[in-house]
Design a protein around this ligand. Structure first.
Ligand code: NAD
Ligand code: UD1
Length: 338
């Protein structure tokens, strides 16, 4: 039996493939390479010392999916595949609804048809929206999202919960990620954003290496200790390990569970810049810029439920996150294009 990993060549998917293989799971990976490169697969195999089937396939392609299920015994799916750029989702919302929502519906239809009813879904802290105080807990209201990307995550959570109500054989874990950063400690896999990064950590590392002149800090007038936005940064390898635990859980339980994957610690933009400078002995020039539309001031998790249900806690700290990001950036200045 194997676990199908959709979007397995991407940033979080590639790290999860490595952790799943080292935990002893067999995996099958599919990706349409929309935001990733075949080189990621080469590196996953190199790091794990294991081989696995790969399919270049789109989650909206029902016949392509059926073939994967026919050719492999799939007992659960970790579903990463989707579009994730917030600004782009405002410009081209239909592409986001089609890919993320439509794609997930097709995937679930094929899974049900093939008798595979266990899914780990990549949700996001963004579903908590603007109305809740941190630390954010799973039973707080969701849905006051500020952009189409966030709405796709909230809609998919609802669809998967409806599915579990309609058929008690389904097992679904909605993993609400806080802000993943860092890279595998080998420096062989990491985040390889196209063009100018939207997110803070890849931006900092591209400034540090000289690709970009300076960081713009989006707002220093928030109601936070230093005025800059506070987030719960989590090492991508800790996040990947959370998926292994979620698969263990999904194989032995049914029903839907939303679970935060975060550290429980809030860190400001300037805290992260300072941690990066100290950990790596580099310079990161910055200027203060206007707030980014749609941002909340503070967003960090209460990770208690992940501890109780999955036996998982994050154990890598900010220094690890900064050091590992820098090793990846330094060893792969052009990402997977080297
Ligand atoms: P990523 O873009 O690196 O990985 C997504 C992968 O899915 C890519 O390899 C892409 O080529 C593939 N893909 C996209 N559409 C596809 C389709 N229709 N069919 C097949 N493959 C497709 O992103 P990531 O950072 O690894 O994120 C993975 C998941 O986690 C996404 O669903 C994302 O929304 C979610 N998430 C990410 C973050 C984050 O900060 N990175 C935070 C919360 C949630
Ligand atoms: C953002 C998305 C979120 C998505 C996540 C991962 C928004 C509103 N939210 O979350 O939906 O799930 O990315 O893709 O876009 N910052 C700067 N300068 C920069 C970049 C960021 O100051 O150049 C600040 C931001 O204002 C924020 C913090 O850094 O306070 C972290 O930003 P980012 O890395 O984009 O992550 P999130 O805001 O957590």
């Amino acid at each position: 039996m194997a676990i199908l990993i959709t979007g397995g060549c991407g940033y979080i998917g590639s790290h999860t493939c490595v952790e799943m293989l080292s935990a002893g799971y067999d995996i099958v990976v599919m990706d349409n390479y929309y935001n990733s490169k075949p080189e990621a697969l080469v590196r996953i195999k190199e790091l794990s010392g294991k081989d696995f089937p790969f399919y270049e396939c789109d989650i909206r392609d029902a016949e392509g999916l059926r073939r994967i299920f026919r050719e492999n015994k799939i007992e659960a799916v970790i579903h990463f595949a989707g579009l994730k750029a917030v600004g782009e989702s405002v410009r081209i919302p239909l592409a986001y609804y089609d890919n993320n929502v439509g794609g997930t519906v097709v995937l679930c239809q094929v899974m049900a048809e093939m008798g595979c009813k266990r899914m780990i879904f990549s949700s996001s802290a963004t579903v908590y929206g603007t109305g809740n105080p941190s630390p954010l807990k799973e039973d707080m209201p969701t849905g006051a999202v500020t952009n189409p990307y966030g709405r796709t995550k909230h809609m998919i959570e609802g669809i998967l919960q409806d599915l579990c109500v309609s058929d008690p054989e389904w097992s679904v874990i909605l993993l609400r990620y806080f802000t993943p950063i860092g890279a595998h400690e080998s420096g062989r896999i990491g985040e390889d954003p196209n063009g100018i990064p939207n997110n803070l950590m890849p931006y900092i590392s591209q400034v540090a290496i000289g690709k970009l002149p300076r960081l713009s800090v989006f707002g220093n007038d928030y109601d936070t200790p230093d005025g800059t936005g506070v987030r719960d940064y989590i090492h991508v390898v800790d996040l990947a390990c959370g998926h292994v635990r979620a698969v263990d859980y999904a194989l032995t339980h049914t029903g839907a569970q939303a679970i935060n994957l975060g550290t429980g610690n809030g860190c400001s933009v300037l805290d992260l810049v300072n941690a990066f400078v100290t950990a790596n002995q580099v310079e990161v020039p910055y200027v203060i810029a206007p707030r980014r539309p749609g941002d909340v001031a503070v967003c960090y998790s209460d990770p208690t439920k992940a501890g109780e249900l999955l036996g998982w806690t994050a154990n890598r700290d900010l220094t690890d996150m900064c050091r590992d990001t820098w090793r990846w950036q330094n060893q792969n200045p052009r990402g997977y294009d080297n």
